[in-house]
Design a protein around this ligand. Structure first.
Ligand code: ZN
Length: 248
C-alpha cells in the first residue's frame, strides 16, 4: 500500500490540489498529515475541508493549527506569521476551530498488514508542545530518544531532511528516495506542501510504500502566481506572497 504524507500545507489550495492529483496518479490509498494545515496562505477553510475528506491514517496538530484555534498570545511569532494567524482565526467556523484545537500533538499508527510502525509529530517527540526545530543530528537525537516506532514523520522546518539512526550513531541529510532497513530508526521531515523553505519553490510531499519500504520525496510545480494574487487580495503581508516564488 502507498501512503502519502503531507506536511505544512498552510492553506495553499493551489499546491494541495496539485499534490493530491499526483498522489492519485501514483496509486496512493491512505494519507497522513503532520500538521499546519492552516496559516500563511489564503485558503484555510478549503484546505481543512479537503484534508478531512481524505482517507486519513492520522493527523497531528501544528503550531499554526494550535495558535489559530485558541486565543493564545502570539509572542514568538514573527509579525507576518502573527498577522496570518489573526486573519485566519476570522475565516474559520467555530466547528473548524474546535476540530483544529482537538488534534493530538503526536500519534502512533499501526497499519494492518505492514510491519513498519509509524509515529507522527509536527515538531519534536521530546517536547511537542514547545515547537522546537530539528535541523541537525543533535536535535534529531533528542527527539529519537522518545521514538518507539521505527519510523517517524515530522515537519515544522519546511526543510526535507531525513535522519537514520543505528547503534553507531545518527546520519542526516537531504534525500530523494531510500529504503527502510531493519535495525535502523528513521526520522523523516516530509517538507512543505504550501510554503517550501529549501530554496526550491515546488510543493513537496512524501510517499511511503509499505511493501517495498521505500520513502520517496516528490516535488511539483504549481500555480504560484494564482496563490500570490489571493494572498494580496486577502490583505495578508506581501512577504508571504514573495517568499513562495523563492522557496524561503
Ligand atoms: Zn509550518
Amino acid at each position: 500500500m502507498k501512503i502519502a504524507v503531507l506536511g505544512d500545507i498552510h492553506a495553499n489550495l493551489e499546491a494541495l490540489t496539485v499534490v493530491l492529483e499526483e498522489a492519485k496518479k501514483l496509486g496512493v490509498e491512505k494519507y497522513i498529515c503532520i500538521g499546519d494545515i492552516v496559516g500563511y496562505n489564503s485558503n484555510p477553510h478549503e484546505c481543512i475541508e479537503i484534508v478531512r475528506s481524505l482517507d486519513l491514517l492520522g493527523v497531528v496538530q501544528g503550531n499554526h493549527d494550535s495558535y489559530i484555534s485558541t486565543q493564545n498570545d502570539l509572542t514568538g511569532f514573527n509579525p507576518q506569521a502573527a498577522a496570518a494567524v489573526i486573519w485566519t482565526r476570522k475565516q474559520l467556523s467555530k466547528e473548524e476551530l474546535t476540530w483544529l484545537s482537538k488534534l493530538p500533538l503526536k500519534k502512533n499508527i499501526n497499519i494492518r498488514g505492514a510491519s513498519t510502525k509509524i509515529s507522527l509529530v509536527h515538531s519534536t517527540l521530546d517536547n511537542p508542545h514547545m515547537w522546537g526545530y530539528i535541523f541537525d543530528k543533535y536535535t534529531a537525537e533528542a527527539s529519537m530518544q522518545y521514538q518507539i516506532m521505527q519510523l517517524c514523520f515530522f515537519g515544522h522546518t519546511h526543510v526535507p531532511l531525513a535522519f537514520d539512526k543505528t547503534f553507531s550513531g545518527i546520519e542526516g541529510g537531504f534525500y530523494k528516495e531510500f529504503e527502510i532497513k531493519p535495525n535502523h530508526k528513521y526520522l523523516v521531515n516530509v517538507g512543505s506542501v504550501g510554503q517550501p523553505r529549501d530554496q526550491d519553490p515546488r510543493a513537496a510531499f512524501v510517499t511511503f510504500d509499505t511493501k517495498t519500504k521505500k520513502i520517496t520525496m516528490h516535488r511539483l510545480e504549481y500555480d504560484i502566481p494564482a496563490c500570490q494574487a489571493k494572498i494580496r487580495t486577502a490583505g495578508l503581508p506581501e512577504r508571504l506572497a514573495t517568499r513562495l516564488a523563492i522557496g524561503q
